[in-house]
Design a protein around this ligand. Structure first.
Ligand code: APR
Length: 317
Protein backbone atom coordinates (compact mmCIF):
# COMPACT_ATOMS: atom_id res chain seq x y z
CA UNK A 1 0.00 0.00 0.00
CA UNK A 2 1.23 3.48 -0.81
CA UNK A 3 1.99 5.87 2.05
CA UNK A 4 0.41 9.31 2.28
CA UNK A 5 2.48 12.48 2.25
CA UNK A 6 0.98 15.96 2.55
CA UNK A 7 2.93 19.01 1.47
CA UNK A 8 1.85 22.38 2.87
CA UNK A 9 2.95 25.14 0.50
CA UNK A 10 2.63 24.47 -3.24
CA UNK A 11 5.40 26.88 -4.23
CA UNK A 12 8.68 26.01 -5.91
CA UNK A 13 10.02 23.66 -3.24
CA UNK A 14 6.66 22.09 -2.31
CA UNK A 15 5.47 21.42 -5.86
CA UNK A 16 8.83 20.08 -7.06
CA UNK A 17 8.95 17.85 -4.02
CA UNK A 18 5.44 16.55 -4.82
CA UNK A 19 6.59 15.73 -8.33
CA UNK A 20 9.71 13.90 -7.13
CA UNK A 21 7.76 11.83 -4.59
CA UNK A 22 4.95 10.95 -7.01
CA UNK A 23 7.38 9.91 -9.72
CA UNK A 24 9.03 7.43 -7.32
CA UNK A 25 5.57 5.93 -6.72
CA UNK A 26 5.84 5.03 -3.02
CA UNK A 27 3.31 7.61 -1.76
CA UNK A 28 0.17 9.51 -2.66
CA UNK A 29 0.57 13.26 -2.27
CA UNK A 30 -1.76 16.01 -1.03
CA UNK A 31 -0.64 19.50 -1.97
CA UNK A 32 -2.04 22.34 0.17
CA UNK A 33 -1.75 26.10 -0.36
CA UNK A 34 -3.69 29.21 0.56
CA UNK A 35 -3.79 30.49 -3.02
CA UNK A 36 -7.07 29.31 -4.63
CA UNK A 37 -6.44 27.10 -7.67
CA UNK A 38 -2.66 26.93 -7.30
CA UNK A 39 -2.34 23.50 -5.64
CA UNK A 40 -5.27 22.14 -7.68
CA UNK A 41 -3.71 23.28 -10.95
CA UNK A 42 -0.25 21.95 -10.13
CA UNK A 43 -1.65 18.62 -8.89
CA UNK A 44 -3.74 18.19 -12.05
CA UNK A 45 -0.77 19.00 -14.27
CA UNK A 46 1.35 16.40 -12.42
CA UNK A 47 -1.43 13.78 -12.65
CA UNK A 48 -1.51 14.33 -16.40
CA UNK A 49 2.20 13.45 -16.55
CA UNK A 50 1.57 10.06 -14.90
CA UNK A 51 0.73 8.15 -18.11
CA UNK A 52 3.92 9.40 -19.74
CA UNK A 53 6.13 8.75 -16.72
CA UNK A 54 4.34 5.59 -15.65
CA UNK A 55 3.57 6.27 -12.00
CA UNK A 56 0.39 5.35 -10.12
CA UNK A 57 0.67 7.74 -7.17
CA UNK A 58 -2.27 10.13 -6.77
CA UNK A 59 -1.69 13.84 -6.34
CA UNK A 60 -4.49 16.04 -5.04
CA UNK A 61 -4.43 19.83 -4.65
CA UNK A 62 -6.54 21.64 -2.05
CA UNK A 63 -6.90 24.85 -0.04
CA UNK A 64 -8.04 23.01 3.10
CA UNK A 65 -6.70 20.35 5.42
CA UNK A 66 -9.47 17.73 5.33
CA UNK A 67 -7.77 15.84 2.51
CA UNK A 68 -4.52 15.57 4.51
CA UNK A 69 -6.21 13.31 7.08
CA UNK A 70 -4.05 10.42 8.26
CA UNK A 71 -0.84 11.54 6.55
CA UNK A 72 2.28 9.53 7.38
CA UNK A 73 4.45 12.56 6.72
CA UNK A 74 3.56 16.27 6.53
CA UNK A 75 6.14 18.41 4.76
CA UNK A 76 5.96 22.13 5.61
CA UNK A 77 7.26 24.46 2.90
CA UNK A 78 4.76 27.28 3.41
CA UNK A 79 6.11 30.71 4.11
CA UNK A 80 7.05 34.08 2.78
CA UNK A 81 10.20 35.05 0.97
CA UNK A 82 11.88 38.22 2.14
CA UNK A 83 10.35 41.30 0.49
CA UNK A 84 12.26 44.52 -0.25
CA UNK A 85 12.54 46.58 2.92
CA UNK A 86 11.68 43.67 5.20
CA UNK A 87 14.17 42.92 7.94
CA UNK A 88 15.33 39.39 8.75
CA UNK A 89 13.47 39.60 12.08
CA UNK A 90 10.24 40.72 10.38
CA UNK A 91 10.49 37.75 8.02
CA UNK A 92 11.16 35.48 10.97
CA UNK A 93 8.06 36.72 12.80
CA UNK A 94 5.86 36.44 9.69
CA UNK A 95 6.98 32.89 8.96
CA UNK A 96 6.67 31.94 12.64
CA UNK A 97 3.00 32.95 12.51
CA UNK A 98 2.38 30.94 9.32
CA UNK A 99 4.24 27.91 10.62
CA UNK A 100 2.34 27.85 13.91
CA UNK A 101 -1.04 28.05 12.18
CA UNK A 102 -0.08 25.42 9.60
CA UNK A 103 1.17 23.07 12.32
CA UNK A 104 -2.06 23.31 14.33
CA UNK A 105 -4.11 22.48 11.23
CA UNK A 106 -1.85 19.64 10.11
CA UNK A 107 -1.72 18.04 13.55
CA UNK A 108 -5.51 18.11 13.84
CA UNK A 109 -5.81 15.80 10.84
CA UNK A 110 -2.60 13.76 11.21
CA UNK A 111 -2.04 13.36 14.96
CA UNK A 112 0.24 10.36 14.45
CA UNK A 113 2.24 11.77 11.55
CA UNK A 114 5.79 12.96 11.20
CA UNK A 115 6.48 16.60 10.34
CA UNK A 116 9.35 17.56 8.07
CA UNK A 117 10.04 21.29 8.18
CA UNK A 118 11.55 23.13 5.21
CA UNK A 119 10.54 26.79 5.75
CA UNK A 120 13.49 28.99 6.67
CA UNK A 121 15.13 29.79 9.00
CA UNK A 122 14.63 26.06 9.37
CA UNK A 123 16.23 25.43 12.75
CA UNK A 124 14.02 28.03 14.43
CA UNK A 125 10.94 26.94 12.47
CA UNK A 126 11.50 23.31 13.50
CA UNK A 127 11.63 24.41 17.13
CA UNK A 128 8.33 26.28 16.70
CA UNK A 129 6.66 23.33 14.96
CA UNK A 130 7.76 21.07 17.80
CA UNK A 131 6.17 23.47 20.28
CA UNK A 132 2.95 23.98 18.35
CA UNK A 133 2.49 20.28 17.56
CA UNK A 134 3.11 18.81 21.02
CA UNK A 135 4.72 15.91 19.16
CA UNK A 136 7.75 14.14 20.63
CA UNK A 137 11.04 15.44 19.14
CA UNK A 138 11.48 12.17 17.23
CA UNK A 139 8.52 13.13 15.00
CA UNK A 140 9.60 16.66 14.06
CA UNK A 141 12.76 17.48 12.13
CA UNK A 142 13.97 19.83 9.44
CA UNK A 143 15.81 19.95 6.13
CA UNK A 144 19.34 21.14 6.68
CA UNK A 145 22.45 18.96 6.48
CA UNK A 146 21.21 16.82 3.60
CA UNK A 147 21.04 19.92 1.40
CA UNK A 148 24.23 21.53 2.69
CA UNK A 149 26.25 18.32 2.32
CA UNK A 150 24.80 17.73 -1.18
CA UNK A 151 26.02 21.17 -2.18
CA UNK A 152 29.51 20.54 -0.80
CA UNK A 153 29.65 17.05 -2.35
CA UNK A 154 28.78 18.46 -5.77
CA UNK A 155 31.54 21.09 -5.46
CA UNK A 156 34.14 18.50 -4.36
CA UNK A 157 33.19 16.11 -7.17
CA UNK A 158 33.56 18.90 -9.73
CA UNK A 159 36.87 20.08 -8.25
CA UNK A 160 38.44 16.61 -8.28
CA UNK A 161 36.71 15.29 -11.41
CA UNK A 162 35.19 12.30 -9.60
CA UNK A 163 31.70 10.83 -9.38
CA UNK A 164 29.43 12.37 -6.76
CA UNK A 165 28.71 8.78 -5.71
CA UNK A 166 32.24 8.52 -4.28
CA UNK A 167 32.01 11.69 -2.20
CA UNK A 168 30.82 11.77 1.42
CA UNK A 169 30.66 15.05 3.29
CA UNK A 170 29.96 15.99 6.89
CA UNK A 171 28.02 19.21 7.47
CA UNK A 172 26.33 19.84 10.82
CA UNK A 173 25.14 22.79 12.95
CA UNK A 174 22.95 25.71 11.91
CA UNK A 175 21.44 25.83 8.40
CA UNK A 176 22.91 29.23 7.69
CA UNK A 177 26.11 31.17 8.10
CA UNK A 178 27.07 29.25 11.26
CA UNK A 179 26.94 25.83 9.59
CA UNK A 180 29.86 23.61 10.46
CA UNK A 181 31.82 21.62 7.90
CA UNK A 182 34.31 19.04 9.18
CA UNK A 183 36.85 18.49 6.36
CA UNK A 184 38.62 15.59 8.13
CA UNK A 185 35.32 13.66 7.94
CA UNK A 186 34.68 14.49 4.27
CA UNK A 187 35.99 11.73 2.02
CA UNK A 188 36.35 10.66 -1.59
CA UNK A 189 36.49 6.88 -1.86
CA UNK A 190 37.27 6.77 1.89
CA UNK A 191 40.23 9.18 1.55
CA UNK A 192 39.82 12.40 3.58
CA UNK A 193 39.71 15.51 1.39
CA UNK A 194 42.45 16.96 3.60
CA UNK A 195 44.79 14.58 1.70
CA UNK A 196 43.34 15.35 -1.73
CA UNK A 197 42.91 19.13 -1.73
CA UNK A 198 45.08 22.06 -0.69
CA UNK A 199 43.83 23.98 2.39
CA UNK A 200 43.01 27.01 0.17
CA UNK A 201 40.81 24.84 -2.06
CA UNK A 202 39.02 23.36 0.95
CA UNK A 203 38.43 26.86 2.37
CA UNK A 204 37.04 28.01 -0.99
CA UNK A 205 34.61 25.08 -1.30
CA UNK A 206 33.54 25.43 2.34
CA UNK A 207 32.85 29.17 1.87
CA UNK A 208 30.87 28.42 -1.30
CA UNK A 209 28.77 25.86 0.59
CA UNK A 210 28.03 28.24 3.46
CA UNK A 211 26.97 30.80 0.85
CA UNK A 212 25.17 28.13 -1.26
CA UNK A 213 21.62 29.43 -0.90
CA UNK A 214 22.63 33.06 -1.46
CA UNK A 215 24.62 32.19 -4.60
CA UNK A 216 21.45 30.81 -6.18
CA UNK A 217 19.26 33.71 -5.00
CA UNK A 218 21.74 36.13 -6.61
CA UNK A 219 21.58 34.23 -9.91
CA UNK A 220 17.80 33.74 -9.99
CA UNK A 221 17.03 37.34 -8.94
CA UNK A 222 13.52 36.25 -7.91
CA UNK A 223 12.96 33.22 -5.71
CA UNK A 224 15.41 30.83 -4.13
CA UNK A 225 16.79 27.33 -4.67
CA UNK A 226 14.32 24.51 -5.12
CA UNK A 227 15.78 21.66 -7.20
CA UNK A 228 18.35 20.57 -4.62
CA UNK A 229 16.13 21.38 -1.60
CA UNK A 230 13.22 19.34 -3.00
CA UNK A 231 15.55 16.42 -3.83
CA UNK A 232 16.88 16.48 -0.27
CA UNK A 233 13.38 16.59 1.25
CA UNK A 234 12.21 13.71 -0.94
CA UNK A 235 15.18 11.62 0.21
CA UNK A 236 14.32 12.31 3.87
CA UNK A 237 10.61 11.52 3.37
CA UNK A 238 11.49 8.33 1.53
CA UNK A 239 13.80 7.22 4.36
CA UNK A 240 10.81 7.54 6.71
CA UNK A 241 7.99 5.97 4.72
CA UNK A 242 10.16 3.12 3.43
CA UNK A 243 11.65 2.65 6.93
CA UNK A 244 15.15 2.76 5.47
CA UNK A 245 17.03 3.45 8.74
CA UNK A 246 19.18 5.81 6.70
CA UNK A 247 21.75 7.98 8.45
CA UNK A 248 21.23 11.56 7.29
CA UNK A 249 22.06 14.92 8.87
CA UNK A 250 18.78 16.59 9.93
CA UNK A 251 17.77 19.59 12.02
CA UNK A 252 16.65 18.01 15.29
CA UNK A 253 15.86 19.05 18.85
CA UNK A 254 18.79 18.24 21.11
CA UNK A 255 18.23 17.26 24.72
CA UNK A 256 21.86 16.97 25.92
CA UNK A 257 23.40 15.24 22.91
CA UNK A 258 26.72 16.92 22.08
CA UNK A 259 26.32 18.68 25.45
CA UNK A 260 23.64 20.92 23.88
CA UNK A 261 20.12 21.42 25.27
CA UNK A 262 16.86 22.94 24.12
CA UNK A 263 17.71 24.05 20.64
CA UNK A 264 17.55 22.69 17.10
CA UNK A 265 20.60 22.13 14.92
CA UNK A 266 21.60 19.60 12.30
CA UNK A 267 23.38 16.42 13.37
CA UNK A 268 23.45 12.92 11.86
CA UNK A 269 20.38 10.86 12.75
CA UNK A 270 18.92 7.49 11.81
CA UNK A 271 15.66 8.05 9.90
CA UNK A 272 13.01 5.34 9.77
CA UNK A 273 9.28 4.75 10.17
CA UNK A 274 9.29 6.28 13.67
CA UNK A 275 11.06 9.41 12.43
CA UNK A 276 14.32 10.24 14.19
CA UNK A 277 15.09 6.79 15.60
CA UNK A 278 18.54 7.67 16.90
CA UNK A 279 20.70 10.75 17.23
CA UNK A 280 24.27 9.88 16.31
CA UNK A 281 27.01 11.57 18.29
CA UNK A 282 30.16 12.08 16.25
CA UNK A 283 33.47 12.15 18.11
CA UNK A 284 34.45 15.79 17.89
CA UNK A 285 37.68 17.49 18.87
CA UNK A 286 37.54 20.18 21.58
CA UNK A 287 37.71 22.87 18.88
CA UNK A 288 34.90 21.29 16.87
CA UNK A 289 32.72 20.96 19.99
CA UNK A 290 33.23 24.65 20.69
CA UNK A 291 32.27 25.55 17.13
CA UNK A 292 29.13 23.41 17.31
CA UNK A 293 28.14 24.99 20.63
CA UNK A 294 28.57 28.42 19.03
CA UNK A 295 26.37 27.35 16.12
CA UNK A 296 23.69 26.16 18.57
CA UNK A 297 23.91 29.47 20.46
CA UNK A 298 23.27 31.37 17.22
CA UNK A 299 20.05 29.39 16.69
CA UNK A 300 19.04 29.94 20.31
CA UNK A 301 19.31 33.70 19.76
CA UNK A 302 16.96 33.46 16.75
CA UNK A 303 14.51 31.35 18.74
CA UNK A 304 14.47 34.07 21.42
CA UNK A 305 13.39 36.61 18.77
CA UNK A 306 10.17 34.69 18.17
CA UNK A 307 9.85 33.07 21.56
CA UNK A 308 11.24 35.50 24.15
CA UNK A 309 10.14 33.22 27.02
CA UNK A 310 12.52 30.48 25.84
CA UNK A 311 15.01 30.08 28.69
CA UNK A 312 16.81 27.00 27.50
CA UNK A 313 15.01 24.72 29.92
CA UNK A 314 12.99 22.58 27.54
CA UNK A 315 10.24 23.14 25.00
CA UNK A 316 6.81 23.83 26.41
CA UNK A 317 4.57 20.87 25.85
N1 APR B 1 -0.74 27.96 4.28
C1 APR B 1 -0.41 27.31 3.14
N2 APR B 1 0.46 27.79 2.22
C2 APR B 1 0.99 28.99 2.45
C3 APR B 1 0.69 29.75 3.63
C4 APR B 1 -0.21 29.18 4.56
N3 APR B 1 -0.56 29.81 5.68
N4 APR B 1 1.39 30.91 3.56
C5 APR B 1 2.10 30.88 2.42
N5 APR B 1 1.86 29.74 1.74
C6 APR B 1 2.39 29.29 0.45
C7 APR B 1 2.48 30.40 -0.59
O1 APR B 1 1.20 30.70 -1.14
C8 APR B 1 3.46 29.80 -1.59
O2 APR B 1 2.78 29.11 -2.64
O3 APR B 1 3.73 28.83 0.57
C9 APR B 1 4.27 28.81 -0.76
C10 APR B 1 5.75 29.16 -0.68
O4 APR B 1 6.27 28.96 -1.95
P1 APR B 1 7.42 29.86 -2.60
O5 APR B 1 7.16 31.28 -2.30
O6 APR B 1 7.60 29.41 -4.00
O7 APR B 1 8.73 29.47 -1.74
P2 APR B 1 9.70 28.22 -1.97
O8 APR B 1 10.78 28.60 -2.90
O9 APR B 1 8.89 27.01 -2.27
O10 APR B 1 10.35 28.09 -0.53
C11 APR B 1 9.55 27.72 0.57
O11 APR B 1 11.34 26.64 1.70
O12 APR B 1 13.60 26.43 1.23
C12 APR B 1 12.63 27.14 1.96
O13 APR B 1 13.57 29.34 2.25
C13 APR B 1 12.58 28.60 1.61
O14 APR B 1 11.18 29.26 3.46
C14 APR B 1 11.20 28.97 2.07
C15 APR B 1 10.40 27.69 1.82
Amino acid sequence: MRSKISIIGAGSVGATCAQRIAEKGYADVVLVDIIPGLPQGKALDMMESAPVLGFDSHIVGTNGYEETVGSDVVIVTSGLARKPGMTRDELLLANAKIITEVTRNAVKYSPDGIILVVTNPVDTMTYLVLNASSFPPSRVFGLSGVLDSARLSSFIAAELGVSVADVFTCVIGEHGKNMMIIPRLCTVGSIPITRLLQPEAIDRLVARTVNGGAEIVDLLKTGSAFYAPSAAVAQMAEAVVLDKKQVLPCAVYLQREYGIKDTVISVPVKLGKAGVEEIIELELTAGEKKQLTGSAEAVRELIKTVKPDSKGDGVTR
